[in-house]
Design a protein around this ligand. Structure first.
Ligand code: NDP
Ligand code: 8X3
Length: 247
C-alpha cells in the first residue's frame, strides 16, 4: 500500500522538489499552497501520484481545518510553507512583514500540525517533518523575526516529541542554510537583482538536495527518528562573534 505525504508550500522550491522526489518513489501526494495554477500544473505533471490538491493559505485556520478534512490517511506531513520578508534592522523593519512571517511560519505550521496530529496518534503511526532553518540557530543582521519564527519551529518540534513519547509518531526538524529557490525573490519583494546577489559566486543548496534529505529521513525504519538535521552548502560556514570597535 503506497504511503501518502501532505506537502505545504508545494507550488515552489523545496515543496515542488519534494513532490517530484516522492512521486518518483511511488508515494501518493496531497499538495497545498495558495497558487492554484501551480498546484494544477504539478498535478498534470505528476498524474495519479497526486490524490488531492488544496489551494489554501496556511494563515487561515478555518481553511486549513476544512481543507485537511476528508483526506486519505496522511503518513507524512511536510510543514514546508514559509517565508522571510525584508532584511532591515529591527527598528526599520515593516511590522506588517513581521506579522506575516509569524502568521505563516509559526501559526500556519501550528494549524497544519494540529489538524493532522490526532489521526497520527490514533493510528500510532506518522511523521511530521518541519522545515526550520539555520536562521533558527544562528543570528544574523536583519534576521530578527524570521530567525525568531524558525527558533519557534525548532523548539515546537522538540516539544512535540516530548508529548509524543510512547507513540510511534516521529518528528524531524530540518534546518537548511542558503538554498536557491524563490525564497530571496519573496524576501526582497520581486527585486530579482538583489535576490540573485544572495547566491552570486557561491554554490547554494538546491531544492532537490533538500528533497533528497526529506526522503531519506522518511525512509529510515520506524524506530529511527532523526530529530534535527542542519544542512549547509559547502560554501557556507559561521562568521564568529561580531565586535564593534570605536574608531
Ligand atoms: P519558496 O519561496 O520557493 O517556496 C515557499 C512556499 O511556501 C511556496 O510554495 C509558497 O506557496 C508557500 N507559502 C508561503 N506562504 C504561504 C501561505 N501563507 N500559505 C500557504 N503556502 C504558503 O521558498 P523555499 O522553497 O526556499 O522555502 C520553503 C521553506 O524552507 C520555507 O519555510 C523557508 O523559510 C524554508 N527555508 C528556506 C531556505 C532557503 O534558503 N531557501 C533555507 C532554510 C529554510 P504559495 O505562494 O503558492 O502559497
Ligand atoms: C533561509 C536561510 O540564511 O536566508 O532560512 O535565513 S537564511
Amino acid at each position: 500500500m503506497p504511503k501518502t505525504i501532505l506537502i505545504t508550500g508545494a507550488t515552489s522550491g523545496f515543496g515542488s522538489a519534494c513532490a517530484r522526489r516522492f512521486a518518483a518513489e511511488g508515494w501518493k501526494l496531497v499538495l497545498t499552497g495558495r497558487r492554484k495554477d501551480r498546484l494544477e500544473a504539478l498535478q498534470a505533471e505528476l498524474g495519479r501520484a497526486v490524490v488531492a490538491i488544496r489551494a489554501l493559505d496556511v494563515r487561515e485556520r478555518e481553511a486549513v481545518e476544512k481543507g485537511f478534512q476528508d483526506l486519505p490517511q496522511i503518513d507524512v506531513l511536510l510543514n514546508n510553507a514559509g517565508l522571510a520578508l525584508g532584511m532591515e534592522p529591527a527598528w526599520q523593519a515593516n511590522l506588517d512583514d513581521w506579522e506575516t512571517m509569524v502568521d505563516t511560519n509559526v501559526k500556519g505550521l501550528m494549524y497544519c500540525t494540529r489538524a493532522l496530529l490526532p489521526n497520527m496518534v490514533e493510528r500510532n503511526q506518522g511523521h511530521i517533518i518541519n522545515i526550520g532553518s539555520t536562521a533558527g540557530n544562528w543570528p544574523y543582521p536583519g534576521g530578527n523575526v524570521y530567525g525568531g519564527t524558525k527558533a519557534f519551529v525548532q523548539q515546537f518540534s522538540r516539544n512535540l516529541l516530548a508529548d509524543l513519547l510512547g507513540t510511534r509518531v516521529r518528528v524531524t526538524n530540518l534546518e537548511p542554510g542558503m538554498a536557491k529557490s524563490e525564497f530571496s525573490d519573496v524576501r526582497f519583494k520581486g527585486d530579482t537583482k538583489r535576490a540573485a546577489q544572495v547566491y552570486s559566486g557561491t554554490e547554494p543548496l538546491l531544492p532537490e538536495d533538500i528533497a533528497e534529505i526529506v526522503f531519506f529521513v522518511t525512509s529510515l525504519p520506524p524506530h529511527v527518528n532523526v530529530t534535527t538535521m542542519e544542512i549547509m552548502p559547502s560554501h557556507q560556514s559561521w562568521g564568529g562573534l561580531a565586535v564593534h570597535r570605536e574608531a
